[in-house]
Design a protein around this ligand. Sequence first.
Ligand code: 5GP
Ligand code: ZN
Length: 113
Amino acid sequence: MDCIFCKIAKNEIDATVIYEDNEVVAFDDLHPQAPQHKLIIPRKHITTLNDLTTEDESLVGHIYTVAKQLAAELGIDESGYRVVMNCNAGAGQTVFHIHAHLLGGRAMTWPPG
Ligand code: 5GP
Ligand code: ZN
């Protein structure tokens, strides 16, 4: 399977990895949309949120726990941050391996465009 995020998870292509464990990898977004913009991906290939199963519930929970830990390390936990997953092209998904965006370091508008 030709998936860029699977390749990052396997260290087959470069990324600035800031955290990894047996379940997830977190790294800098290539085109940051905020002063802090990280991506947190599961090592397991899941194409979109629509492909989640109940088996993945602890994995998705873990992504959020890692996000809040990284937010604290990056110093954006008190000022505020956003954790978001886009599902399918209409919502802006361009890489079809689920990933949480962790964005912070600036004021966020709501709703997102
Ligand atoms: P999406 O639009 O699917 O929600 O988010 C995909 C994100 O992945 C985008 O913010 C994009 O900048 C980032 N991205 C795409 N290709 C690469 C890559 O090869 N390396 C890194 N670090 N980020 C990437
Ligand atoms: Zn993948």
